[in-house]
Ligand binder design. Structure first.
Ligand SMILES: Nc1nc2c(ncn2[C@@H]2O[C@H](COP(=O)(O)OP(=O)(O)OP(=O)(O)O)[C@@H](O)[C@H]2O)c(=O)[nH]1
Length: 216
């Protein structure tokens, strides 16, 4: 039989959701950013769910479930029990299973966000788990953070520098920090946000939609 006579393969019944990671050091504002991204993405018509990773609690998941921003059933928690990077990089089985569970519960899901619990500048996501990932640092950590060239800062698809409102209070030269981040990352993008006010969050939502949902 010639190749053209072969029956065409059946299309899958469901298209799987895009999976993105949001990682970064403790307290940099990952959950606060997600709290801002949820309504920004929902306003763009994105059907989404979230998996959180904490060391030994489900605190971030509980916070999102209580937020009123998202159906609590759309938030699942993974308790890492060790440095969170172990379950987002070395063995992401628990996270993959949590994502699969949400996809089974919510047919039509377009986007799964995996928040990594706080970790150091070396944390990265396995590409078996996510298609694209954000690393969140904040100005209060100091303007030398990009210069330290941590793998998270260098390898993420989008670097977010959060808490820009605090720059004048902690003696950080924000334009200098952004320039340094752009320099160490080469062509890869950098965004500046204030997750408390929402400043800069629309640009992050746009970047997610362009990168993994193929929005124009
Ligand atoms: N001023 C200011 N505070 C912020 C901003 N983003 C987050 N915060 C505050 O920073 C603290 C930590 O924010 P979280 O969102 O809990 O940080 P996280 O990265 O999720 O923390 P872990 O999950 O513990 O790693 C909270 O008190 C937030 O209110 C910001 O842009 N500006």
């Amino acid at each position: 039989m010639s190749a053209s006579a072969l029956p065409s393969p059946a299309l899958p019944e469901t298209v799987t959701a895009a999976r993105i990671g949001i990682g970064g050091p403790v307290g940099s504002g990952k959950t606060a950013l997600i709290e801002r991204l949820i309504p920004a993405l929902q306003a763009r018509g994105v059907d989404l769910a979230v998996v959180t990773n904490d060391l030994v609690t489900k605190e971030d998941a509980e916070r999102l479930r209580r937020s009123g921003l998202i159906d609590p059933a759309r938030v699942e928690a993974v308790e890492a029990g060790a440095c969170p990077h172990t379950v987002i990089r070395e063995d992401p089985t628990l996270n993959i299973a949590a994502g699969d569970d949400l996809e089974a519960k919510f047919p039509g899901l377009q986007l799964l966000i995996f928040e990594s619990g706080g970790d150091n500048l070396a944390s990265t996501f396995s590409l078996d788990l996510v298609d694209w990932w954000i690393f969140v640092i904040d100005v209060a950590g100091g303007d030398d953070i990009p210069r330290k060239r941590g793998p998270g800062v260098l390898r993420c698809d989008l670097l977010v520098i959060n808490k820009v409102d605090l720059a004048p209070h902690v003696g950080v030269d924000l334009p200098g920090m952004l320039a340094e981040a752009a320099r160490v990352r080469g062509a890869k993008p950098v965004a500046a946000t204030n997750a408390r006010s929402g400043e800069g969050v629309e640009a992050v939502a746009d970047a997610i939609c362009r990168a993994v949902l193929f929005a124009p």
